[in-house]
Write a protein that binds this ligand. Sequence first.
Ligand SMILES: C[S@@+](CC[C@H](N)C(=O)[O-])C[C@H]1O[C@@H](n2cnc3c(N)ncnc32)[C@H](O)[C@@H]1O
Length: 210
Amino acid sequence: MSSTDDSSLSLEEKQYEFCGHSLKIAMFRGTSLGVSAFVWGPGLVLCRYFEDEKFNFTGKKVLELGSGTGIVGILAVLLGGDVTMTDRAYVLKQIEHNVSANIPVTSRHRSKIRALAWGNDQNNFPTDFDIILGSDIVYNPSQFLRLVMTLLNIANEKTTIYLSSDVKYREGAANFHEEILPTRFNCELIHTSGSNCIYKVTKKVRRDED
Ligand SMILES: C[S@@+](CC[C@H](N)C(=O)[O-])C[C@H]1O[C@@H](n2cnc3c(N)ncnc32)[C@H](O)[C@@H]1O
């Protein structure tokens, strides 16, 4: 744990190794970031999946929802992606800190940080992302429809969405992935690690008469 000039703010830093990169991730404790000030299991499972599957994001336009500390989006930048990391506005300073600490200046032009509150801000974003990432963003049933609305607005039918969720310990997560999301998206379970599941999701093609 290290302190900063602001006595109300203490940073807890942890180090992670993925895909040959050493990531030093700060969590802004002592602020009101709540669940955003942690690196959650589904995020680590997604990072490990990128490593095991030798993901290369070069040339891909990527959006991350609910970035939190930014660990997943930062790794996607280091793996070549052009990545927009998003979260609620009050979380962005933590992401900015971690981007500065982990992404070399020469690659930083491929990282963007923007406020995106689901159900409110999705119309401010382009709809040509190749990939959308979301780790541990399925945990609060009151936000599920907002999340679906956001994915429907931003994804096009060629966008691949990877969602990593804890379906046992997160309220409603199994129902979201098995019942709610499949009404409008094709959902495939592609990896499990304990109760963490990674789903590959694409938007259903709608015929005119639907
Ligand atoms: C449990 S944290 C996961 C953080 C990170 N993705 C990880 O895996 O460590 C969930 C994140 O989703 C964000 N989130 C939750 N509801 C949201 C909403 N309605 N709009 C935008 N972000 C939201 C939170 O601010 C938080 O950063």
